[in-house]
Design a protein around this ligand. Structure first.
Ligand code: AMP
Ligand code: MG
Length: 483
C-alpha cells in the first residue's frame, strides 16, 4: 500500500520572491490523534486510509514534523473585510506545507505566523469539524471547493468564548491564491509583484492563456466568470458563505475558508448565517452582488497591468453570466428548460417558499416526485405550504408547464434527483456531531455525516432522519467568525 513516503513534495509557491510569504514553522501540539479523514481526498494523492495508520503522517498533519521537500510558508495577502480595506492580512494560522500531484497541502491551525496579528494561530475542534465536513460535502454536491484531507485533534486548550481544544484541518487545493493576494501589492503601489503573481497564476492554473499577447484581461474575465458561476452554485443549493471578504475569494473560483457558513433550512432570501454580520452584508440573497463587488476589487488590483477600460470590459458581463447560470440551475431543479415561462414560475415559487417558510431542500426533493397528470393532488408537496390556495394556483401552472415540456414524469424525476440533494450539512447535524466529538471524544457521528454527505443525491433510506426539518433547538445555534 502506498504511504506518505511515496509522495514527492515540492513547493512552487515558495519559489516566488520572498515578498509573497514568510517561511514558518508550525508550533507543535501535544498528542495529536486522527479525528476523521476523507477517503476521496486521500485518493487524490494516491493514498488510502491505511496511510493514516502511520503515526509519522499524523505528526505531519499536526504540524509537528515536515517531510523532505516540504517548505512551510504563510502567504501574505490583504483584503476588503466587510467593505473596509485591511492592507495587511495573510495566513494567520494556515501554513502551506508543499505540493504533490498537483495539490497544495495546507494545515490550518498550526500556530502563530507573522500574520497572526492578535490571534493565537489555532483552530478549535468545533470549527475544524465544520470546515472538514462542509468542504467534502460541497465537493460531493458538485460545487468547486477546496478539499479536506483529514482532521487531527489535540488536547491543547484553545481559548475562545469558552475553553476548547485545538485541531488542524489539512486542506488541499491546486492553489490558495486569493483576490487579496493581488490587492496587497496594489495598495503598496508595487506593480512588479502583481505581474509576477499574475504570470505565476496563468502559467500554472490557466496555461491556455499563457501564449496570449495580453493575457491579463482574459485572466480577469475567466475569474469573473468562475466567480459568477460559483455564486449560481451557492444560490441553487442554498449555501451561505458568511464571510465573503476579498481575502476569502479564490483566484480559481473555489469555495474557500469555511467559517460561519450555513445552508438554508426554511427559504429566507435575507438569511444571515454569520452571527457577527449585524448589517447582513453577506445575507444569502446578497451573495451574487457581493461576488460582483469583490471581482471589481480584483479588477482594480490588476489595473497596473491593464487599462481601466480593459479591466471594466473584462468584468462587465458578470451579471449576465450569473443570471444565465442561476436560471439554468434553477430550471433544472424544477425539471424544466429555461425560458420566460420558467422564469416567472421560478420567481413566483421563491415568493411562495419565503412567505410559507417552506424548507428549501425538502421542497425541491419532494418536487422530483411531482405527478403532472391533471387532477393529481401531490399531497407531499402541497402539505409543505400553509397557504394552500396560493400553492394550488402555482402547482396548476407548474403541471401545465411540465406537460408542455413533454418529458415523461419518470424520466424527469431521475434528472431532478441528480440536481436536488436530499442531504445537506444542516447546522443542527454538524452541531450534534461536534458535541459528541467535543464532549465524549466520540468521532463516529462525524464519520457518519461525512459518509452520508458524500452521496447527497442518493436516497439512503437508513438516514431518512438526516433529511428532515431542523428540530426546535437548532434555532439557538449561533455561528460567528470566532473559530
Ligand atoms: P477569516 O475571516 O477566518 O478568513 O480570517 C481573516 C484573517 O484572520 C485571516 O488572515 C486569518 O488567517 C486570520 N485569523 C483568523 N483566525 C485566526 C487565529 N485564531 N489566529 C491567527 N490568525 C487568525
Ligand atoms: Mg480567510
Amino acid at each position: 500500500m502506498p504511504s506518505h513516503h511515496d509522495l514527492v513534495f515540492d513547493n512552487g509557491f515558495a519559489r516566488l520572491p520572498d515578498s509573497f510569504f514568510s517561511r514558518v514553522q508550525a508550533t507543535p501540539v501535544p498528542d495529536p490523534t486522527l479525528v476523521c479523514h476523507s477517503p476521496d481526498a486521500l485518493a487524490l494523492l494516491g493514498l488510502d486510509a491505511d496511510a493514516l495508520h502511520h503515526p509519522e503522517l499524523i505528526e505531519v498533519l499536526a504540524g509537528n514534523r515536515v517531510l523532505p521537500g516540504m517548505e512551510p510558508v504563510a502567504a501574505l495577502y490583504a483584503g476588503h473585510q466587510f467593505g473596509h480595506f485591511v492592507p495587511q492580512l495573510g495566513d494567520g494560522r494556515a501554513m502551506l506545507l508543499g505540493e504533490t500531484k498537483g495539490w497544495e497541502m495546507q494545515i490550518k491551525g498550526g500556530g502563530r505566523t507573522p500574520y497572526s496579528r492578535g490571534g493565537d494561530g489555532r483552530a478549535v475542534l468545533r470549527s475544524s469539524i465544520r470546515e472538514f465536513l462542509c468542504s467534502e460535502a460541497m465537493h460531493a454536491l458538485g460545487i468547486p471547493t477546496t478539499r479536506a484531507l483529514a482532521l487531527v485533534g489535540s488536547p491543547l486548550p484553545v481559548y475562545r468564548e469558552d475553553e476548547e481544544t485545538a485541531a488542524l484541518v489539512t486542506r488541499l487545493a491546486p492553489s490558495f491564491v486569493r483576490f487579496g493576494s493581488f490587492e496587497v501589492f496594489f495598495y503598496r503601489n508595487q506593480t512588479e509583484p502583481i505581474r509576477i503573481l499574475a504570470d505565476y497564476v496563468i502559467r500554472r492554473y490557466y496555461p491556455q492563456f499563457a501564449g496570449l499577447a495580453d493575457p491579463y484581461p482574459v485572466l480577469l474575465h475567466e475569474v469573473a466568470k468562475r466567480t459568477a458561476e460559483l455564486m449560481a452554485d451557492w444560490q441553487a443549493v442554498g449555501f451561505a458563505h458568511g464571510v465573503m471578504n476579498t481575502d476569502n475569494m479564490s483566484i480559481l473560483g473555489l469555495t474557500l475558508d469555511y467559517g460561519p457558513f450555513g445552508f438554508l433550512d426554511a427559504f429566507d432570501p435575507g438569511f444571515v448565517c454569520n452571527h457577527s454580520d449585524t448589517h447582513g452584508r453577506y445575507a444569502f440573497d446578497q451573495q451574487p452582488d457581493v461576488g460582483a463587488w469583490n471581482v471589481t476589487k480584483l479588477a482594480q488590483a490588476l489595473v497596473p497591468l491593464i487599462s481601466v477600460d480593459a479591466a471594466s470590459a473584462a468584468i462587465q458581463d458578470y451579471p449576465q453570466i450569473f443570471s444565465r447560470a442561476y436560471v439554468a440551475r434553477m430550471a433544472a431543479k424544477l425539471g424544466l428548460t429555461t425560458g420566460s415561462d420558467t422564469l416567472s414560475l421560478l420567481l413566483d415559487l421563491l415568493k411562495l417558499l419565503a412567505a410559507n417558510h417552506v424548507d428549501y431542500t425538502i421542497f425541491f426533493r419532494r418536487l422530483c416526485d411531482f405527478d403532472s397528470t391533471p387532477g393529481a393532488t401531490n399531497a407531499a408537496v402541497r402539505d409543505l405550504f400553509l397557504d394552500r390556495d396560493a400553492y394550488d394556483f402555482w402547482a396548476l401552472r407548474y403541471a401545465g408547464a411540465l406537460r408542455d415540456a413533454g418529458v415523461p414524469d419518470a424520466e424527469r424525476r431521475l434528472a431532478m434527483r441528480a440536481v436536488n440533494p436530499r442531504y445537506i450539512l444542516r447546522n443542527h447535524l454538524a452541531e450534534t456531531a461536534i458535541r459528541r466529538a467535543a464532549d465524549e471524544r466520540d468521532y463516529s457521528e462525524v464519520a457518519r455525516l461525512h459518509a452520508l454527505l458524500a452521496r447527497p443525491y442518493d436516497d439512503q433510506p437508513e438516514f431518512a432522519a438526516y433529511a428532515t426539518e431542523p428540530p426546535d433547538w437548532a434555532r439557538r445555534i449561533e455561528v460567528s467568525c470566532s473559530s
